[in-house]
Design a binder for this molecule. Structure first.
Ligand SMILES: Nc1ncnc2c1ncn2[C@@H]1O[C@H](COP(=O)(O)OP(=O)(O)OP(=O)(O)O)[C@@H](O)[C@H]1O
Length: 754
């Protein structure tokens, strides 16, 4: 295409895109007006109708607003002459009854992502638009089949220019440049569990999030009622990915880190490797069971309760009898407490009446008198502090927090909970220590074993909730059975379920779905996404699977990047317990983050610690990495120089990654963010400087994987500051490294001067 033709084409595309924005503005105005009208409606509409329509218009408005930047990002022309524009939302021209813009998730948009020169799939031309705000800056064109039928070479410049752009603080969506191997996974519309595995930078996170947007688009009613739970390794990572789904117009999503799996607790403290391994093991289910059983006590000495006419005694056989009765009903600990209290009370009443009537009360002949006396004793016991204390001591009401805090701070309780199995002494700690991340799944497991907290206020709250839900179920049934519907119209239960409607009945609960779901331990989600899934322990998987009984899940990870010693080493070990072998696996093989030069260094490290694994192939070139060796006491100065040098190029994000013990000894300049390899998981930066890699390798069971993670965070440049002879996996290969001018006190890399 000549440059004049290209200018004409660009002008035509600009006119089209400008019309699309005019259409978008009109739709936004319409949606805002309808939203205002519905939310201000106080009469003439039933409550559920108003809520449903408000939700509908509110969602449409957020989607239209989210589409503002880069509304339209491409065009494709088919062999039959039909032309489609692809964008963030679908727009339709009612006047001419034709689509103006096809939503990227619609089936009609798929060829835009999949057509290749080898398999053009009926597409002759594809254009990728470059935009800034509302402005169309230019386009890249792939001619997939030339006019004379011979295939021509297309360009992948759209993705290369997207990947070469500097990275900001948060991840961007990739709708404009999804690649064919990613598209196949995003659009995989099968129920059940899907595992996505791939090396660093292969787009696993991006693909999983776009898959959520795809599933919400196609199964909106089912999924937005229950929401989607996305689990990521830590708060920093969740912040980093947090704007991707909103930028795609999706908000019914809860993002949480493993330390937040138990509502009300936000655990960020790490455990030592030994503790984490014990706490994450599935055997903790039995440990907790024994810990609960251990709290159902038998007194060593009889407990005396002084009544007005007689003293009664809770001795071992009596307590044993009450405990067996309470255990036999099969309820969790807290609800079973009522059975224990009633049975113990009954046994004590019998004991009291026998003592009071000893010698004069004949139970055969004076039943009325016996009953009268028993009623008096029962009434007295009911409010007797001694009786309450005895019940509290022998079968205490327990919260998960109390159970765990009292277990970890008692050598005796830990020994009892071990029950002859592996020793739990390493878990000992004081009662007031902060919750650790591996504690969160244990708290949730404990909540299962203890049962709903049946103290009065909770009982009442639950009752209120149940009443509201019963009411809501009734409302929905009546509305659905009495309304006349044609097939196209909304039914009450299509747009709102009983739990949501009940939620809105409850006074003052105007929270969004995501907020309500995050606060409710019993909430079950429509779909689950687990990122960095290779890190999760069997105990964490139990909680997650409880939150997702439908087993509709996208699991994303890379076993080569595994840091945790508590996690399983293969996917079947994780999943077989929940879904047998009924899960699908897809791999990603192209690294979109790390330049070829940096990946060559990282691949050597991977080969050293996991020789069987193949590193992903990078798609683009970048700078050669640099390395330098300094004395340990010169590390801060060398780092300051290096950061200063890298910061000269404006707008570059810089990370310094090192083992915790190294970070503790250096001052990291303000222009850079300091991270351990574990905290750097899933993140990326324009420039990464790794300090003392030998320390990273030495730190813990998976030092090799940690170093591999650290080296693969760079999108442009990698630098390494050694304080010792480089480890074998980073030594040699001089042609792989850039020359660096050694300012300051640099010393030879190794004693041989290499
Ligand atoms: N199709 C694409 N178009 C543009 N950018 C892409 C594409 N696929 C991936 N990327 C970019 O590549 C980078 C790496 O993606 P992502 O973080 O999803 O990889 P990952 O496999 O989860 O990596 P890691 O395992 O290292 O955490 C991100 O900047 C992402 O936006």
């Amino acid at each position: 295409m000549s440059s004049v033709e290209k200018q004409d084409e660009l002008a035509a595309e600009r006119r089209y895109v400008s019309d699309l924005y005019a259409h978008l503005d009109a739709e936004k105005a319409e949606a805002a007006a309808r939203l205002e009208e519905e939310s201000g409606r106080t009469e003439g509409a039933r409550l559920w109708e108003r809520d449903a329509r408000t939700a509908h218009w509110s969602r449409r408005l957020s989607q239209l607003r989210a589409a503002e930047n880069g509304l339209c990002f491409g065009r494709m022309d088919r062999v039959d002459g039909i032309r489609s524009y692809i964008g963030r939302v679908g727009l339709f021209d009612d006047e001419v009854d034709e689509p103006l813009l096809t939503d990227w998730r619609a089936p009609g948009a798929q060829p835009f992502y999949c057509a290749t020169e080898a398999a053009p799939g009926g597409i002759v031309r594809r254009r990728h638009f470059r935009t800034r705000g509302r402005l169309l800056l230019g386009f890249h064109e792939d001619v997939l089949v030339s006019a004379d039928g011979s295939e021509t070479v297309g360009a992948d410049s759209a993705i290369i220019s997207s990947l070469s752009a500097p990275r900001g603080e948060s991840m961007r969506d990739i709708v404009a440049t999804i690649q064919a191997e990613q598209d196949e996974i995003i659009r995989l519309d099968r129920p059940g569990v899907l595992v996505i595995e791939g090396g660093p930078g292969t787009g696993k996170t991006a693909v999983a999030l776009h898959r959520v947007a795809f599933l919400l688009y196609h199964h909106r009613e089912r999924l937005s009622r229950r929401g989607v739970l996305v689990i990521g390794p830590n708060a920093g990572f969740l912040r980093y990915i947090g704007s991707v789904l909103p930028s795609l117009g999706e908000t019914d999503v809860v993002l949480a880190a493993p330390g937040e799996l138990y509502p009300g607790v936000t655990a960020t403290a790490e455990d030592g490797a030994e503790q984490a391994k014990i706490k994450g093991d599935a055997s903790m289910v039995d440990v907790l069971r024994r810990a609960v059983a251990d709290r159902q006590e038998i007194p060593r000495e009889p407990i005396e309760i002084e009544l007005s006419d007689v003293a009664v005694h809770v001795d071992a056989p009596l307590a044993e009898q009450a405990r067996e009765r309470a255990r036999s009903v099969g309820l969790p600990h807290n609800p079973a407490r009522r059975v224990f209290r009633e049975h113990l009370g009954a046994l004590l009443v019998r004991q009291a009446v026998c003592r009071i009537g000893e010698g004069w009360l004949n139970t055969d002949g004076s039943a009325d008198l016996y009953d009268e006396l028993a009623a008096d004793v029962r009434a007295e016991l009911r409010s007797h502090p001694g009786f309450h204390d005895a019940v509290e001591r022998l079968w205490p009401a327990l919260t998960p927090q109390r159970l765990l805090a009292e277990l970890f701070s008692s050598h005796d309780r830990l020994a009892a909970a071990a029950g002859g199995g592996a020793c739990l002494a390493a878990l000992y700690r004081s009662a007031d220590e902060a919750w650790t991340i591996p504690d969160a799944p244990l708290l949730d497991e404990a909540a299962e074993l203890l049962g709903e907290d049946l103290v009065e206020e909770h009982r009442q709250a639950n009752q209120k909730k149940q009443d509201a839900q019963d009411y809501a179920v009734g409302v929905l049934q009546i509305l659905d059975s009495h309304d006349d519907h044609d097939d196209e119209s909304l039914r009450a239960s299509d747009v709102i379920d009983a739990a949501s409607l009940a939620g809105r009945q409850e006074e003052g609960d105007h929270r969004e779905l995501a907020e309500r779901a995050a606060a409710d331990r019993n909430w079950t989600y429509g779909h689950l996404v687990v990122d960095e899934a290779q890190e999760l322990s069997p105990m964490a998987w139990r909680v997650l699977m409880r939150r997702c009984p439908s087993r509709s899940a996208t699991i994303v990870g890379d076993l080569a990047q595994r840091h945790s010693s508590a996690a399983a080493g293969d996917w079947s070990a994780v999943l077989s317990h929940y879904v047998g072998d009924r899960w699908a696996y897809r791999g990603l093989s192209i690294n979109y983050r790390t330049p070829i030069e940096v990946m060559a260094v990282a691949a050597n490290v991977l080969r050293a610690f996991a020789p069987g694994l193949k590193p992903p192939d990078s798609v683009r070139h970048g700078d050669k990495p640099w390395r330098r060796r300094v004395e340990a006491d010169a590390l801060t100065d060398a780092l300051r120089d290096a950061v200063e040098q890298e910061a000269k190029a404006d707008g570059r994000s810089i990370a310094v990654i090192a083992a915790p013990q190294t970070l503790a000894t250096v001052a990291v300049p303000e222009d850079a963010v300091a991270l351990t390899p574990a905290a750097a998981k899933g993140l990326e930066f324009d420039v990464v400087i790794v300090l003392a890699p030998d320390e990273i390798l030495r730190d813990g069971e998976h030092g090799g994987a940690d170093l591999y993670v650290a080296l693969t965070r760079a999108t442009r440049r990698l630098g390494i500051l050694h304080t010792a002879v480089p480890p074998a996996c980073l030594a040699g290969g001089d042609d792989r490294w850039a020359e660096v001018s050694a300012t300051g006190r640099a010393i030879p890399l190794s004693p041989t001067g290499k």
